[in-house]
Design a protein around this ligand. Sequence first.
Ligand SMILES: Nc1nc2c(ncn2[C@@H]2O[C@H](COP(=O)(O)OP(=O)(O)O)[C@@H](O)[C@H]2O)c(=O)[nH]1
Ligand SMILES: [Mg+2]
Ligand SMILES: [Zn+2]
Length: 288
Amino acid sequence: MEGRVIAAHGRQYVVQLEDGSRLPCFPRGKKSEIACGDRVILQRTSEDQGVIEAIAPRSSLLYRSNEIRQKLIAANVDQVIIVVATEPGFSDELITRALLAAESEEIEPLIVLNKCDLVEKLPAAREQLAMYAQQGYRILELSARAHAEDLRPALSGHTSVLVGQSGMGKSTLVNALIPEAGAATREISTALDSGKHTTTHATLYTLDDSSFLIDSPGLQEFGLGHLDRQEIEHAFREFRPFLGDCRFRDCRHDREPGCALTAAVAEGKIDARRFALYHRIVGTARSG
Ligand SMILES: Nc1nc2c(ncn2[C@@H]2O[C@H](COP(=O)(O)OP(=O)(O)O)[C@@H](O)[C@H]2O)c(=O)[nH]1
Ligand SMILES: [Mg+2]
Ligand SMILES: [Zn+2]
């Protein structure tokens, strides 16, 4: 049998079968590297349980990682929607890391600024996001509470995953766009026995035949241990014209003479805040 993983929680998964029914499944073997959105081959082992035998080749895999392990976020997505809000405050480093993860998998990013109904907080949030707009990243302003529909056109024809810190309004968006989401979440939580009806696991929802949306648990950090320095450099879009122009081929763009990136920052061609984030992310931030 074939199916699609619509929820992932630890080593437990819910797979949607071709007839639309859902089956809780475990992976075959100890290691489970299956993500929400994966297309899988499975076998029914009982009326209400299956085992996942194999994963079909993926078009993309969004994940984060620390030194020890990978944390899969979603498979086969072609759009990452980074949700931030006018309040609570959001982290530039987290946005940047999510953008880098998307760039490295060639997944199109979209930044959503939610809670725009909180108008007194709007100017500061816009100012914080200006840096990303300047790099050409798409930014969509909306209010999940009042006008969640504003997001729908951007979802059409895509498999998208919502990522972001908790409290930004991801679940509010999902519940407004997908009326049956609440019931589905309860059903899946019961199947996964996660005990909570909040988003403790990633969940895939079907919008129409060609549009899917994955809600993911809130992120506190977004480790990029799987990317090396060159990959990170390259994922900062605006660095690309200058890469390879430093005097030293192994330039760390720190204090080396003849550094093309440092020169570009001095000339205002690269935003100093983006450059500082780069150093933070590659772990070469100056301490003083
Ligand atoms: N004012 C306002 N509050 C919102 C909006 N969207 C979500 N919230 C509130 O923000 C809080 C966190 O929302 P939630 O969807 O749980 O965030 P998540 O952790 O990203 O899934 C909840 O109290 C929501 O009611 C919005 O557009 N405007
Ligand atoms: Mg949530
Ligand atoms: Zn350099």
